[in-house]
Design a protein around this ligand. Structure first.
Ligand code: GCU
Length: 677
């Protein structure tokens, strides 16, 4: 049976219950007060389509119903109370949260708001589809209010760092006429709790704000609203320049210009989520041009959206890409603190500083950004890349949840108190009103959305973690596998094994010990090219010489970056003996012959890890081939092609990196695999 990849994990494939656990689900759905299009209306439709497809059952949807008859009732708590009376458990619900009360002949799905009701419906359907309905009362609240995606779609229809085809939102300079894909995408996102989509690239084009495109934004928002997904937009800081000849954020004319265009957008998109701004970064304009602070810039937008309830996501990815390699103490990783720490407390309440997980740029491994611990009076969000820009661009497969979890669970020990990043960005640790997650999926018009069926586990996991960061990577993954590929135990075990070994494999044959990915950093960000990293102004340096390698980020002798962390963490990272092996070269400049905690030398670790990583990639092909006949042909072959490519390319990676470091160091591989043997 051919599979339609565009349904992703929402396949609603028939479940054939095995023996005792036959699902008994009512055949009437009551979607409370759902006479017009709304998330609760959508919930009713999803429940009808889902239950009839998964359980081959005829189901009806009604907008009201008698409380005694057997039904699945879905709606807001308020609507339920008005119709049927009180529900005690509903007191535990927070914004966007839901409860599911499931008994054999009645299922009650209630949301704190309409969106929450839809989330509850998707969760209930997921349980049915996994043949795993939990009885009793299940309450779930999101940990973070902001759970957005940032689509890097350009107005011309291309997608920056996207590997799944053309834009779903723009073509030839304008918003597309047909918004079907936008609606389908919103459906997928809503099913994992995403509540906002910024539709255009952070490298934003001022033409987004033309009358015709503002009209188009209204169309996109209308398509996504039934799924509770709000639209947001990225802004080009210099947009007013064409009409005013200035974009100085403290010029009242500029302020008025932004207030006016913001009001125009809200006329078309009354529930717009807010703005995303990349300023003074990689050539983008910003307030520094006028000697104003980044907070001056952010607050200008904050004032414009505040009357409408919008937020401003202001990116911390600000750095100078012309720093001096010859200077031992220059360090791009220090830029975020230099630009933002002194502004703590100076941002308006509806501004959120959006911070990439590490201080450089989505590398295969980075130390967590110290900025999370440095802003106590500013709301923050974490930016995660679902699109694997530096991790094989969906020609290699890397399941990213374990990487994200490592960052989210990292305890930065601010003020010597527990300060896990996941608790900082929810607003809990520093008692902030806002905060959360921005994921960059790179979703396009390809039927797989991202360019590969397997990559969809990353989008799924992103949503699940943004909702509840305490979930385990493997548990999330296995739910996704059941929903995507069904119940075969061998399929489950094999895809679990490949996925959980995929990040270590990629790290193995790319950059080890915290040295960064070692890919080409100047253009493609694809394939091995360690030489591209040193000797330029970008600051993604290895400082790889003939005898030594690594960035010296120590306080006494290096760039001082280790001292950007709170004292308990700084003490570890500043000390070459205490720094964990996997971040050694991130923080320290050491001889290739230095012994690691594993007792291998740095260079031997490079050699071995590259062989091990590439060997894993070879084994993934065999493992995938063992699934032939257990997965539909289309998806089986699509992925087999990718795994085969990855296996070949991993050998290219292995040999080019190993030869590169052999040529630099001239140190023999103990197993005689590297060099002219
Ligand atoms: C990376 C990426 C760019 C992107 C930038 C950003 O450098 O390669 O394409 O624009 O990050 O996040 O702004």
């Amino acid at each position: 049976l051919a599979e339609d990849g565009s349904r992703g994990w929402l396949r609603y494939a028939p479940v054939r219950p095995t023996g005792h656990n036959t699902l008994d689900v009512p055949s009437t759905i009551v979607a409370l007060n759902s006479t017009k299009i709304s998330p609760v209306f959508t919930a009713g439709q999803e429940l009808r389509n889902g239950i009839s497809s998964i359980l081959a059952k005829n189901v009806q949807v009604r907008a009201d119903g008698c409380s005694n008859s057997s039904a699945v009732i879905v709606g807001t708590v308020d609507a339920y109370r008005a119709a049927y009376g009180d529900v005690k458990e509903a007191e535990a619900l927070e914004d966007d949260g839901y409860l599911i009360h499931s008994t054999p002949d009645k299922v009650i799905i209630l949301g704190c708001n309409e969106r929450g009701a839809l989330y509850g419906a998707f969760e209930y359907l997921s349980q049915i589809a996994r043949n795993n309905v939990t009885s009793g009362v299940h309450v779930s609240n999101p940990q973070a209010p902001i759970r957005w995606t940032n689509e890097w779609d350009n107005m011309d229809g291309t997608i920056e760092r996207g590997y799944g085809g053309a834009s779903n939102f723009f073509r030839d300079g304008y918003v597309v006429d047909n918004v079907t894909r936008a609606a389908e995408y919103a459906r997928l996102l809503a099913s994992v709790g995403i509540n906002g989509v910024v539709v255009n690239n952070v490298n934003a084009n001022a033409t987004l704000l033309s009358d015709r495109n503002v009209e188009g934004l209204g169309r996109l928002a209308d398509a996504m609203r039934p799924y509770g997904v709000q639209l947001g937009v990225s802004l080009n800081f210099a947009s007013p320049n064409a009409t005013l000849g200035t974009f100085d954020p403290l010029d009242p004319k500029v302020d008025a210009w932004w207030a006016n265009i913001t009001n125009q957008i809200y006329k078309k998109v009354p529930d717009m989520a807010g703005f995303l701004v990349k300023a003074n970064s990689e050539g983008q304009p910003g307030p520094l041009t006028y000697n104003r602070t980044l907070a001056d810039g952010a607050n200008m937008f904050a004032r414009a959206v505040a009357p409408h309830g919008g937020v401003v996501m202001f990116r911390a990815f600000v750095y100078d890409n012309h720093i001096t390699y010859a200077n031992w103490t220059s360090d791009r990783a220090n830029a975020q603190l230099e630009f933002f720490q002194h502004l703590d407390g100076k941002f308006d309440e509806n501004v959120v500083v959006q911070i990439k997980y590490g201080p450089i740029d989505f590398q295969v491994r980075e130390a967590p950004s110290p900025l999370f611990a440095a802003l106590h009076n500013t709301s923050t969000a974490i930016e995660l890349q679902v699109t694997p820009e530096y991790l094989g661009q969906n020609c290699h497969f890397v399941y990213l949840a374990p990487l994200w979890k490592e960052i989210l669970d990292f305890d930065l020990r601010a003020e010597s108190r527990p300060s896990k990043i996941k608790d900082i960005i929810t607003g809990e640790r520093f008692k902030r009103p806002l905060g959360g997650y921005a994921g960059v999926p790179g979703a396009g018009t390809n039927t797989t959305w991202l360019g590969s069926h397997m990559a969809m586990s990353n989008l799924y996991a992103y949503g699940k973690l943004a909702w509840d960061a305490s979930l385990g990577s493997e548990d999330i993954l296995q739910d996704w596998i059941r929903l995507t590929f069904g119940f075969d135990q061998k399929v489950l075990d094999t895809i679990t094994d490949i996925s959980m070994r995929s990040w270590p494999a990629y790290e193995g044959y790319s950059g080890n010990l915290g040295v960064q990915t070692l890919t080409d950093i100047l253009y493609t960000h694809f394939g091995p090219n360690p030489a591209s990293q040193d000797n330029n102004g970008w600051g993604q340096w290895l400082r790889a010489g003939n005898v030594t390698i690594g960035m010296d980020r120590t306080i006494e002798n290096g760039t001082g970056n280790a001292g950007n962390y709170p004292p308990e963490i700084a003490e570890i990272f500043n000390d070459v003996d205490k720094t964990p092996d996997n971040l050694l070269l991130w923080f320290h400049h050491v001889p290739y012959t230095r012994r690691l905690k594993s007792n291998k030398t740095v260079i031997q670790h490079f050699y071995d890890a590259h062989y091990e990583g590439a060997a894993s990639a070879q084994s993934f092909v065999k493992q995938w081939e063992s699934l032939e006949g257990k997965i539909d042909k289309e998806r089986y072959e699509h992925q087999l092609f990718r795994q085969t490519y990855q296996a070949g390319h991993s050998l290219v990676w292995r040999d080019s990196i190993n030869e590169y470091f052999y040529n630099l160091s001239r140190i023999e591989d103990e197993s005689n695999r590297v060099g002219n043997h």
